[in-house]
Design a protein around this ligand. Structure first.
Ligand code: PMP
Length: 388
């Protein structure tokens, strides 16, 4: 037997490779399951895409102009390390000083920075499930200990249990994915106070589609962090832009784990313009909310239970009926929605709100599929890990 240059693969004299595998990376990383994002169609594939909560309307025309203006000689130069123009625009729009704002390459990057800075091996992070499953992945990377608790009746946040846990980091997704429901800012403020010196991160990726938000808490509580994204309400999922708001000492600490130039010049220019054109975003949000109200009513008429959504998606449940086959059948008919097979919501479809025309295609495909399902006897729910 001899070892090859590729560590861990063992080659016998006859040249055969045996299976004796030795990890080449940290064991925690080798062991973990990867995060699986929703399907992104190949270029040219014609699908009605209602599976990853993108905005069906385009970004403002000003954003396009800003991108083109930036796409020249200036690209020789690195961008400003803290995405200055974007942060300045955020400061104007949200009325917070620049020292309380951190820009990210999507809010996923900001979540990564937060978990990296806050959690080491064995540290506790608490959140209610089901929620955005990236939190599980980020906790696993850090080898942190997840303290997960179920959402209460009517999808309510288990405030008491979260506060009692006193984890180093508590994460609340509000409005929550995949159920779409929002926690009240007053309840979040109580939680912030109860957590005292421990961090409370409020992931507000969908807040522009809600009636309230908790942004003001970052002024009043030294332990509160609020995260936003331009991927949903601002129609810029492809540009990768996120914002994190927090008291200045928390921002200073998070900066230590930031990549030097985490946003490109083009992203900074696009983000600054999108925020300056916030009225464009608000108009699109109103359109999405109108379509959402129609969709919720129609789904309920079809027999689904639909928690009242404060987001740009709805969760349509048929208690006890596995929606996997319906999701697959919709896919074959050219409509992508999201199903979470290993979750308590395996009996639901998460449907992003598209244009009225896209929703018409969805309903035309969905209605004939649902009749036989709702007639069938409910099944007991599957066990396993949620992936949202
Ligand atoms: N938080 C939640 C709850 C989300 O659903 C998403 C989008 N999948 C994100 C954060 C990340 O958004 P982005 O990285 O596109 O800004």
């Amino acid at each position: 037997m001899r070892r090859t240059a590729r560590r861990g693969r063992v080659v016998s004299r006859s040249g055969g490779v045996t299976d004796k595998y030795q990890p080449m990376f940290r064991e925690a990383i080798e062991r973990m399951a990867p995060y699986t994002p929703g399907e992104q169609p190949r270029p040219g594939q014609r699908l009605v895409k209602l599976n990853t909560n993108e905005n069906p309307y385009p970004p403002s025309p000003g954003v396009r102009r800003a991108i083109i203006a930036e796409a020249g000689a200036s690209l020789r130069l690195y961008p400003t390390p803290r995405a200055d123009a974007f942060v300045a625009a955020a400061s104007r729009l949200y009325g917070l000083p620049r020292g309380m704002i951190l820009a990210g390459n999507g809010s996923d990057e900001l979540l990564t920075m937060l978990f990296r800075a806050a959690l080491g091996h064995g540290d506790r992070v608490a959140y209610a499930l089901p929620t955005y499953s990236l939190y599980d992945t980020l906790a696993e990377i850090q080898e942190a200990r997840v303290v997960a608790m179920p959402l209460g009746a009517d999808y309510a946040l288990p405030l008491e249990a979260l506060a009692a846990e006193q984890a180093r980091l508590t994460v609340v997704c509000s409005p929550n994915s995949p159920c779409g429901t929002a926690a009240s800012p007053a309840a979040l403020e109580v939680l912030a106070r109860r957590l005292g010196h421990n961090l409370l991160a409020i992931d507000e990726a969908y807040a522009d589609f809600a009636e309230t938000n908790a942004l003001a808490l970052v002024r009043r509580h030294r332990n509160v962090i609020v995260l936003r994204t331009l991927s949903k309400s601002f129609s810029l999922a492809g540009m990768r832009l996120g914002l994190l708001f927090a008291p200045p000492p928390l921002i200073e600490t998070l900066l230590k784990v930031k990549d030097s130039y985490n946003l490109s010049r083009i992203a900074v220019a696009a983000g600054a313009q999108a925020l300056a054109d916030a009225d464009w975003m608000r108009r699109n949000v109103e359109r999405v909310k109108r379509t959402r109200a129609v969709a919720e009513e129609r789904l309920r008429k079809m027999g689904f239970t639909v928690p009242p959504s404060s987001s740009n998606f709805v969760l349509a449940r048929l208690a006890g009926r596995d929606m996997g086959p319906v999701c697959a059948a919709l896919r074959r008919r050219g409509v992508l929605v999201r199903h979470f097979p290993k979750s308590v919501f395996h009996d639901a479809l998460r449907i992003s709100i598209g244009t009225p025309a896209e929703m018409a295609v969805l309903f035309k495909a969905l209605e004939p599929l649902i009749k036989p399902v709702s007639a069938a006897r409910p099944r007991r729910r599957a066990r396993g890990q949620a992936r949202h």
